[in-house]
Write a protein that binds this ligand. Structure first.
Ligand code: KG4
Ligand code: ZN
Length: 353
């Protein structure tokens, strides 16, 4: 089964062609980050306009790079939530139009579930059946959550952030430190050679659980707004010297300490969530962080569990994960898919009517 995937939930315009749920024939991502950089964050209006302008070319390129023709596609898959409403709409409308023209099925995909599935992409990745049940960690710019997966299609949310997402915490800190946008990779680069024990930032603990998160285990929920505030106060008390050499050394150590606090918070929640499970699966843009990959690998060794980290090219937003998960049985398809529109607040495992 050959699926063309479309992803436009945030600020990446992406399309990919995937065979049988794992064999990635093409994976095209147009990042809009240069358009949003002057504003220090994603501007929804700019994002949807850029999707509109670039998506047709991105789709054509994905097909061209797969060396296939339109009539060889078996289905079109698209992210329908969660994400920015105006951005999601561009992908959904294009996918609906394409499926009507090609007379092939439309498959709607949940972005969070696709991030989980990203660890199963590529010829060397195991099949989900080999590692189910597992705990999934999704850490990105918009989401930070732990999910118990008993089959692809059966998800139980164990914990999530009570405020900022981990990627957001990286982005905000990079902004405060003047490191640029997107902040995660900038802060990771700045932390090279820095001392991670230079500042003791809080490890993502919160005082009380938001009533909105009723039913979740507090010990599996995250909080990252405190670490960002701690950084701001730290910098007020300890301004960075203006002398260039001294300042870059200090920025490296502050960045390394900040990164360590976020990574430790994520790893500790994973340790608690694993419980009796035998496998931890991780996806999302923050999984690109080498310190996080290193510490998760260490945790897996210590706990004697299997660790599946999404390959770097499938961590951040992409359409291969959308086309990949569409191969599985439990997605929304048929006439029902046509009746459904963008779901900006879609939850993992949610099945809208
Ligand atoms: O998965 P993604 O592309 O988009 C969302 O679904 O949100 O993740 C983007 C996030 C951004 O916040 C970015 O700063 C973060 O992933 N990120 C990183 C790294 N690379 C990207 N965070 C930490 N270290 C990195 N190397
Ligand atoms: Zn994402």
């Amino acid at each position: 089964m050959i699926v063309l995937g479309i992803e436009t939930s945030c600020d990446e315009t992406a399309s990919a062609v995937v065979r049988d749920g794992y064999d990635v024939l093409s994976n095209v991502v147009f990042s809009q980050s240069h358009l949003h950089a002057p504003f220090g964050g994603v501007v929804p209006e700019i994002a949807s306009r850029a999707h509109l302008e670039t998506l047709p070319r991105v789709i054509e390129t994905a097909l061209l790079e797969s060396n296939l023709k339109w009539n060889q596609l078996d289905a079109i898959a698209v992210t329908y939530g969660p994400g920015l409403a105006s951005s999601l709409l561009v992908g959904i409308s294009s996918a609906k139009a394409l499926t009507l023209r090609l007379e092939i099925p439309l498959i709607l995909v949940n972005h969070l579930e696709a991030h989980i599935y990203s660890a199963f992409l590529g010829k060397n990745a195991p099949r989900p059946e080999e590692v189910i049940p597992f705990v999934a960690l999704v850490v990105s710019g918009g989401h930070t959550c732990l999910i118990k997966v008993t089959s692809i299609g059966k998800y139980e949310l164990l914990g999530q952030t009570t405020d900022d997402a981990a990627g957001e915490a990286f982005d905000k800190a990079a902004n405060v430190l003047g490191l640029g946008y997107p902040g995660g990779p900038a802060l990771e680069r700045a932390s090279a050679g820095g001392d991670p024990s230079y500042v003791q930032f809080p490890r993502g603990n919160y005082r009380e659980l938001n009533p909105r998160l009723k039913g979740l285990k507090p010990e599996l929920c995250f909080s990252f707004s405190g670490v960002k505030t701690a950084l701001i106060y730290y910098l007020k008390r300890n301004p960075i010297p203006s002398e260039k050499q001294a300042s870059s050394k200090i920025i490296a150590s502050i960045s390394a300490s900040y990164q360590e606090a976020i990574v430790d918070a994520i790893v500790e929640k994973c340790r608690k969530a694993i419980d009796k499970m035998k496998c931890l699966v991780a996806g999302g843009g923050v999984i690109l962080n080498s310190r996080l990959r290193e510490k998760l690998t260490h945790l897996a060794k210590e706990k004697n569990i299997r660790l599946l980290l999404a390959e770097p090219s499938y961590c951040a937003d992409n359409a291969a994960m959308v086309a990949g998960i569409a191969y599985q049985q439990n997605n929304i398809t048929g006439k029902r898919a046509f009746a459904i529109d963008a779901h900006p607040n879609l939850r993992v495992g949610e099945n809208p009517d």
